[in-house]
Design a protein around this ligand. Structure first.
Ligand SMILES: [Zn+2]
Length: 168
């Protein structure tokens, strides 16, 4: 496997997305006690986690479908069409889900995933990473290495959180 990290993120996304859809499905029409109610916490939590995972997989500002990943908007629109959510609930969810997540800007996240994949599969050393994965545009130095290392650490922490949730 050339991209074990990316593959793990994709699997985690699919799982959260499927759990949210299943939970919504299981609720049937009872999911909408009144039109402004939030959908169940399970739906909401899994959607939020799916969105957080997507931040590592899809370039920021991607509105249309990106590869296998539908955007939040598309997903919610589909659920409204299927009668699983009211338009009002979908709108409220979209607003909450699209609040800026904490952490580093999304632009650097895709290259961080690629860097960790390369580090693991090609057994690269930290100081070899900036060559391919730093976009400072200058001659790379130890700041680039340190910066990449801290980005990769942040990703590893996120991956560990995903794994521990899967076990619990
Ligand atoms: Zn650099």
């Amino acid at each position: 496997m050339d991209h074990p990290v990316k593959a793990k993120l994709c699997r985690a996304w699919l799982e959260r997305f499927a759990r949210a859809a299943d939970a919504l499905d299981a609720l049937g029409n009872e999911s909408i006690p009144d039109e402004f109610a939030r959908p169940s916490e399970v739906v909401y939590r899994n959607m939020r986690e799916a969105m957080e995972i997507l931040m590592w997989l899809v370039p920021p500002g991607t509105k249309e479908t990106s590869g296998p990943f539908p955007s939040t908007e598309e997903t919610l629109t589909n659920w409204v069409r299927q009668g699983a959510l009211t338009l009002e609930t979908a709108y409220a969810m979209k607003k909450e889900l699209e609040q800026r997540p904490r952490g580093r800007p999304a632009e650097t996240r895709l290259s961080t995933v690629a860097a960790l994949d390369a580090k693991r599969t090609k057994k690269l050393k930290w100081k070899e990473l900036p060559e391919s994965f730093c976009d400072c545009g200058r001659e790379h130095d130890e700041h680039c290495t340190n910066n990449l290392r801290s980005r990769v650490r942040e990703l590893e922490k996120f991956l560990n959180e995903l794994s521990s949730e899967e076990k619990s």
